[in-house]
Design a binder for this molecule. Sequence first.
Ligand code: ARG
Length: 470
Amino acid sequence: MHEPSHNSSAGAAKPWAGRFNAPTDAFVEAFTASVDFDRRLYRYDIQGSIAHATMLARQGILGQAECDQIVTGLEAVRARIDAGAFTWSIPLEDVHMNVETALTEAIGDAGKRLHTGRSRNDQVATDVRLWLRDEIDLIRIAIARLQAALLTLAEREADTVMPGFTHLQVAQPITFGHHMMAWFEMLERDRARLADCRGRVNVMPLGAAALAGTTYPIDRHLTARLLGFDHPAENSLDAVSDRDFAIEFTAAAAILMMHLSRFSEELILWASAQFAFVDLSDSFCTGSSIMPQKKNPDVPELVRGKSGRIFGHLMGLLTLMKGQPLAYNKDNQEDKEPLFDTVDNLKGCLKVYAEMMGQVTCRRERMRTAAAQGFSTATDLADYLVRKGIPFRDAHEIVGKAVALGVREGRDLAELTIDELRGFSERIEPDVYAVLTLEGSVAARDHLGGTAPAQVRAAIGRARLRLAEG
Ligand code: ARG
């Protein structure tokens, strides 16, 4: 072992200090260290090391007794960290050297053999992939929980009529259940994107060593099996430098956050006094320190705001990798904080959203009144005229004139008399009022993907099956 005095911090012998004559500058040491954040990977670091040691022993590269000592030693280190009884050292730079040094302190020489045929470059890429694989599984479950809350709400409000909007102008009546099922579909794509991304996360870098592979007769398939990876990475240079999986994950997260920001915007509008379509539970809102009347939709606002940092992390990771030559570069250490922050915030947003959506109450009368205004059944009247033999373009023109009268007089279409309506077209008969009702309008859109309550209920049934498939 080299002289500890060669290092800036007494007692912290760096595993790589052999060729160095001068100690690391104290500020540089802190500046280059990652242990403050990558210590979060310790369970995966130890899991990877146990698999690596097991493979080395099976291949006769390491004695079985030494392997047993290493495994027991690593488990003891893990227990100490779990218990909060581990002191992390900045001079030891990162989680990998902290764990390895603690192991060697505990078991002696056998610990020094663990790093045979391995580098921190393939080690760190492995740790991050193992960690992210677990997080993706948890995030997919969290998405499914939110989807389940939406299904419950959609079922309860399958018949609730609200105005549907385009350009944020009243367009046609829809059901609240149908609207919730639109959100469900957006989340279903997010869940699928993450499942797809998981396949490219679950590839094993170990064996790539620093960049070129190793001279020992390793069995990468064995290590991959032990760690539950689908297969080892094909190319050692790519294995240590690839962070596509991190970018892909963050892109999927950014799209998911974009969806949540849209849901949030609608909830914020709907909870306002001007819309008053829904009530958010008091436990998801806060008051104002100056205005006693206020009940602010903080949770959706904060989720909408958090989309910004996740988009930023995606741009940050893309820029991190842009122009990097092969293979590993220290730049890559910068992948972790954006990833960690993305995962933490995404999980927080999904959790709070699932709970909040479970407590949303609908103000059905308000939604109905809003749907009854704004000539939302104008298209239904045009379709009625088409059924009576008038070409759609002419029907559109006729209804436009009826709407103009309604606008002038401040009355909706259903409030015009039959004589007034017949003034626009002789084909209009008293049965027209059935299509001008909100219920008639939504019930008529009775096909796959339409807003009719029967179709919404069928969609909910299919959605339940998709959720159950996992
Ligand atoms: N802390 C480093 C990282 O996160 C570990 C790999 C360091 N490898 C190296 N050759 N310095 O990327």
